[in-house]
Unconditional design. Structure first.
Lengths: 262, 355
């Protein structure tokens, strides 16, 4: 009787890790290559494709746009999604069931259809400027994640706690901020990360909503690959990976990642 | 500081369902009144109406001189103790208790002093800096009690506060609640489905059923003199038999049911109307094998052992009855006996239309 896992289990687990990690290793390797074309294993070692990212103005601009859209879109989604999730849980009995489903629709509809619909209605139909259309599109895209994650942490919230605060003299709106929000803090942070990363990586919706002069990083990567075969694409990918890892590391340090699994 | 509560002809609906019908109830200043009944009887609805989490469809609720009916819940100044404690998980025990004082603009130093004083009284001062999650059920409920009491509310309400505790702790806690309530003289409304709990700590008990008040009286009165068959059954008068008076001879009344006659003394039962219901507890029917005794002829059925007595299922011409018999002489199924009502364990109820 021992706690050691079976050797076959260890081998399978190792294979899964290899399967997951190899593409990433290849991308990192390709990004460090000194050649003017994508290759693996890298020939020579150089960071010049990393500096090249910032020499191409389209990359500089789209990185900024992507971060702006991700931050603003996530922020808007939280502002709309948190009260929505609260209402859906607080008045679960009173509200019709389809209302909850409504907030999940953007996930259920194929993203490509969703993107096309937004193009037709916002850009073509209403003549909304490109940046605003992108922002609205991304807000709607990440809203379901926010509502779902916040709902999950509200599901275990006992609303009699809220009533206790009210009975002790705290006005309902104040109670929401001083009692309800602090108890769904972990859910809010999880929702933020999930929404931020979803927005940052989105292709399908952005593909339809980007336009002349304004694009996002993933779309720019696609455009770049169509014209060039140099390792810049690989180095941008590595940069994105490290950005994500950095966000996760900050979260791990402050909260622990376990709450993401809840 | 302590104030009387007046509930005046209050009705409430959930959608189209009437959950409370024309309830009137007055709680005197300093009194502890329990609302007792099965789930769905309207007791929790009543509490939520008083707290302001529900709005009555008609009627009014007054506390002292104030009309609460239109007041939002956070301005009613009522201390609430919940079944699941409802402590703020992100605040320390001390911050939980001082929460209400903070809402009232009490300066921090005094806030701390008063909250600590209250924690002292419930014996939890050493745990002031703990998180609520680190407390036991009994400790949590003490914190909840301290949190409700520290704001010195004119009315304190309890919603099944002991239901989540184990049996032994439940008895200790109810004594503790009663002592604190007495010491503060706070008018209190206590919701429970547990008859023993309600009777043991209340000045008066309101027994409710299907959104209506069935009887509102002191526990002793409810226990001995129920006003109707619902309350009678609720407090353990399991045998309810209709009788008709056939002869009156000074103090002694001869009454008849299904062709069987018994003689009852008005000195023991009080004035007896011409038709009435005789309600008795299993202890209130003496089982005797003396077939000449003045009682109901019965055939014994199943015998069960209660510890303090044997209980018999009895078949009589008046229906199925339950009686307790002595431990010294267990009787077999099928034995012919007489059931003699004992006045101190039986009572007379007015006949109710349709029942």
């Amino acid at each position: 009787m021992t706690d050691r896992p079976h050797p076959i289990l260890i081998i399978v687990a190792a294979l899964v890790y290899v399967f997951l990690m190899v593409p990433l290793v290849i991308v990192v390797g390709a990004a460090l290559s000194d050649t003017t074309y994508l290759t693996f294993p890298p020939q020579g070692l150089s960071l010049r494709w990393f500096t090249n990212i910032f020499e191409i103005s389209a990359f500089r601009r789209t990185i900024v746009t992507s971060l702006q859209i991700a931050f603003l879109g996530t922020f808007l989604a939280l502002v709309i999604g948190i009260p929505a999730a609260y209402a859906l849980n607080r008045y679960r009995v009173e509200l019709p069931r389809w209302l909850g489903t409504l907030f999940v629709l953007p996930i259920l509809v194929p993203e490509i259809v969703f993107g096309f619909a937004l193009l037709k209605s916002l850009t073509v139909g209403a003549g909304v400027p490109i940046f605003v259309a992108l922002l609205i599109g991304h807000t709607l895209l990440v809203l379901p994640y926010v509502v779902r994650v916040i709902s999950a942490s509200l599901a275990s919230f006992d609303f009699s706690i809220e009533e206790a605060a009210i009975s002790l003299g705290s006005a309902p709106l104040k109670t929401f901020f001083t009692i309800v929000l602090p108890n769904v803090r972990a859910g809010m942070i999880a929702a933020f990360i999930l929404a931020f990363i979803t927005s940052l990586n989105d292709v399908s919706v952005s593909l339809f909503l980007t336009g002349p002069g304004i694009s996002t990083l993933p779309i720019q990567i696609l455009a770049h690959v169509e014209q060039f075969f140099d390792p810049t694409v690989a180095s941008v990918s590595v940069l994105l990976m490290f950005l994500t890892v950095a966000v996760m590391a900050v979260v791990e340090r402050t909260l622990g990642l376990t709450f993401l699994a809840k | 500081m302590t104030q009387p509560l007046d509930i005046n002809a209050v009705s409430a609906h959930y959608g189209t369902t009437k959950v409370l019908e024309d309830l009137s109830l007055s709680v005197q200043a300093g009194e502890l009144v329990s609302l007792l009944g099965a789930s769905g009887c309207g007791k929790t609805t009543t509490l939520r109406l008083i707290a302001g989490f529900l709005t009555p469809s008609s009627g009014s609720i007054r506390l002292g001189g104030r009309d609460l009916t239109q007041l939002p819940p956070h301005r009613r100044d009522i201390g609430l103790v919940f079944q699941n404690y409802a402590l703020f998980p992100h605040l320390s025990v001390l911050d939980n208790v001082s929460f209400g004082l903070k809402q009232r603009g009490v300066p921090p130093a005094e806030r701390r002093k008063r909250a600590m004083g209250m924690l002292e009284r419930v014996g939890l001062a050493p745990l002031a800096d703990r998180a609520p999650g680190a407390l036991s059920g009994g400790q949590k409920q003490r914190v909840a009690l301290a949190r409700a009491l520290v704001i010195e509310p004119p009315l304190l309400m309890f919603d099944e506060p002991l239901s989540n505790l184990d049996a032994k702790l439940r008895v200790d806690m109810r004594v503790e609640i009663r002592e604190l309530q007495r010491a503060n003289g706070t008018t209190s409304v206590y919701v429970t489905h547990d008859q023993e709990e309600a009777f043991s700590i209340s000045d008066r008990v309101a027994i409710m059923n299907a959104g209506r008040l069935m009887q509102f009286d002191r526990p002793e009165t409810l226990y001995r003199q129920p006003a109707n068959t619902f309350v009678a059954r609720f407090v353990g008068f399991e045998n309810i038999v209709p009788f008709k008076v056939v002869a009156r001879d000074a103090e002694v009344v001869t009454a008849e049911t299904s062709g069987m006659r018994i003689r009852l003394s008005q000195t023991a039962y009080g004035p007896i109307p011409d038709t009435f219901l005789l309600a008795s507890r299993p202890d209130g029917l003496q089982v005797t094998t003396d077939l000449s005794a003045k009682g109901l002829p019965a055939t014994l059925g199943l015998r069960t052992y209660l510890g303090r007595a044997y209980q018999y299922q009895c078949e009589t011409a008046a229906g199925h009855l339950v009686a307790n018999g002595s431990l010294t002489a267990p009787l077999e199924s099928g034995t012919q006996v007489r059931l003699v009502p004992a006045p101190e364990q039986s009572c007379i109820l007015a006949t109710e239309g349709g029942r």
